[in-house]
Design a protein around this ligand. Structure first.
Ligand SMILES: [Zn+2]
Ligand SMILES: [Zn+2]
Length: 595
């Protein structure tokens, strides 16, 4: 029996399912050649070389054959062969990929096989005892995959599947996957025209379309005003700088691989040549604001904020829609303060972040991570001494405990200059990323020569809090699309209401309504196509427009609109001003509906 909560057991189980799938394929299409078939996180796959493409109908056939193999309850038998015999065995079967795999094994390797009835595979194992254990499985998709992942090799067909010990667990998984696919911002966000990507512009460089741009702009204005109301001052600093700056900051030594450095690679380390790099963060740029003149203890805290574009050279394999990108926009702040102000300012930053996340509706699904350095590996990655780190982490731990924050600890997740509180969020597929971060930095001020004159007339280095208040706008938009399945709260929606004239004769009135609402500051469109009203309603629904204003003869005569709301239902016919008042209340209160 397998313990499905154990990762190794799960792997054993699902790897067996992949053998059963390969056996079924070989029974149905014996000419098919087998490549590799491992267990993966959520299931398994097998790569096949077959001239004809597998169809959806084929998947059904394979599943039916797999059911037979499970019913046959075949034992999985392990045996070994000397290299030459193993090679000959696979050669005679025409399994050219298996022959290559054998040839690649080092001389001293044991060459082993698993046999189940009429099927034998080159395999290290381990497996479950018999095919009868694989009670519940499903083939989920077909994709192309190059042999050995190399685009110079032949493209094979990869069939994905998953398997569970019982049908209930399988159904639960498939239901969850179905829902996740519907919400996946990388699909839905493209369908709803929030963003797109273009191969020749580059991976991780999304084009934010008008719809996404409007939502981001609305959030950005809101955040900037909110920050100003909490005593922040806005800065605008360059997107790139000379190498010299990053040398002081430590990014040149600690983070160069993650940066886009301009110009010839050969010149990067040539001190006689000027070398520029796009910024991966705003810190050292904003410090120049503090450094602009002499500061006294009375000037602190100095709360600087900027809506920053940042550039990070992430691995291309890591790219995902708007969640993992190479250019992004964050509400990045640096609070420069006296040591005695640290706790209060940290609290302020956390309060701001929580308020923002709560307002957009993401807070309830966030978790908190206290990201610390790794004392075992302090040398190349982290600045500062052991004593400095221990002090910073102790201070931060005390603040978090005082504030009653429930957190997990992330070892080796700190910034290179200090510990962080990371507010984490999971996308629909369960992949976790950081949404907002608040960091304590007792090191960098000294490196930049940042000093203030204290009350006693002596010069001191300030502490710095690095923080975001909403985090990355692109990533937040992705999470919002997924959370609301496209039905974004009206205050941030691109199109807050759509006017639907019943026939062409009502178009003039529709535009009159639009004009009025637009002048009041609402974002409203008219569907003026000569289509049936039913179709217009269906499409507005598909576009996730929360308010539809239907106008016909009666409405035109009375200067009213008939309001159909996605969440509230039929709201009846009302004067345009009444609708505007309702909409204003919804927008002002940032009303949201769980989907
Ligand atoms: Zn195997
Ligand atoms: Zn910073």
């Amino acid at each position: 029996m397998v313990d499905f909560s154990n990762a190794e057991d799960r792997k054993r189980f699902r790897h067996t399912a992949s053998h059963i799938m390969a056996q079924a394929v070989k029974r149905l299409w014996p000419e098919t050649k087998l490549a590799i078939g491992p267990a993966i996180d959520e299931g398994f796959y097998y790569d096949f070389d077959r001239d004809e493409a597998f169809s959806e109908a084929d998947l059904k056939k394979i599943e039916d054959e797999m059911k037979k193999i499970v019913k046959e309850n075949l034992p999985l038998e392990y045996y070994e062969l000397p290299r030459e015999e193993a090679r000959k065995f696979m050669e005679e079967k025409g399994e050219i990929y298996k022959v290559q795999l054998i040839d690649d094994l080092p001389d001293e390797a044991t060459i082993s096989f698993y046999k189940q009835g009429d099927f034998t595979d080159l395999c290290k194992g381990p497996h479950v005892e018999t095919t009868g254990e694989i009670k519940a499985f499903k083939l989920t998709s077909i994709a192309g995959a190059y042999w050995r992942g190399d685009s110079n090799n032949k493209m094979l067909q990869r069939i994905y599947g998953t398997a569970f010990p019982d049908k209930g667990q399988l159904k639960e998984y498939l239901d969850r996957l179905e829902e996740a696919k519907k919400r996946d911002h990388n699909k839905l966000g493209r369908e709803l025209e929030y963003f797109t990507t273009v191969d020749y512009i580059g991976q991780g460089l999304p084009i934010i379309l008008p719809k996404g741009s409007k939502t981001i702009q609305v959030m950005q204005r809101w955040i900037e005003d909110l920050e100003a109301s909490r005593g922040c001052e806005l800065t605008m600093t360059p997107y790139f700088a000379k190498r010299d700056l990053y040398k002081i900051s430590g990014h040149w030594d600690h983070y160069r691989d993650g940066m886009f450095v301009m110009g010839d690679k050969a010149d990067q380390d040539d001190e006689t040549k000027e070398c520029y790099a796009l910024r991966p963060m705003t810190c050292p740029f904003q410090y120049q604001v503090f450094l602009n003149r002499q500061r006294s203890y009375r000037d602190l805290p100095m709360r600087l904020t900027e809506t920053s574009k940042l550039f990070r050279n992430e691995d291309s394999g890591e790219m995902h829609g708007l969640i993992r990108v190479r250019q992004f926009t964050i509400s990045e702040g640096h609070y420069i303060l006296r040591p005695d102000q640290l706790e209060a300012e940290f609290k302020e930053c956390l309060d701001l972040a929580k308020y923002v996340l709560d307002t957009v509706g993401l807070l309830e699904d966030c978790t908190f991570r206290f990201s610390q350095w790794d004392p075992a590996n302090p040398k190349n990655k982290y600045e500062g001494t052991k004593e400095q780190w221990e002090k910073a982490q102790e201070t931060m731990g005390k603040i978090l405990d005082d504030l009653g924050v429930e957190y997990s600890i992330g070892i080796d997740e700190a910034a290179f200059y200090g510990p962080k509180l990371d507010i984490q969020y999971k996308n629909v597929f369960g992949k976790e990323d950081t949404l907002v971060t608040i960091q304590i930095d007792m090191l960098l001020a000294q490196k930049y020569g940042m000093e203030y004159v204290d009350a006693d007339g002596t010069k001191k280095n300030p502490y710095i809090i690095h923080r975001t208040s909403l985090g990355c706008y692109e990533r937040t938009l992705a999470y919002l699309i997924e959370k609301y399945a496209g039905w974004l709260p009206v205050w941030m929606a691109y199109e807050q209401a759509r006017i639907l004239p019943i026939s062409d004769s009502h178009i003039d009135y529709a535009y009159e309504v639009k004009d009025k609402l637009t002048k009041m500051g609402f974002r409203v469109e008219v569907d003026d196509r000569s289509e049936k009203i039913g179709k217009k309603i269906r499409e507005a629904n598909k576009d996730k427009i929360q308010y539809m204003l239907v106008v016909g003869d009666q409405e035109a005569a009375d200067k009213t609109v008939a309001v159909r709301a996605h969440f509230e239902g039929d709201m009846g016919t009302m004067p345009v001003d009444d609708f505007a008042a309702k909409l204003k209340e919804i927008v002002d209160n940032k009303v949201r509906h769980d989907v």
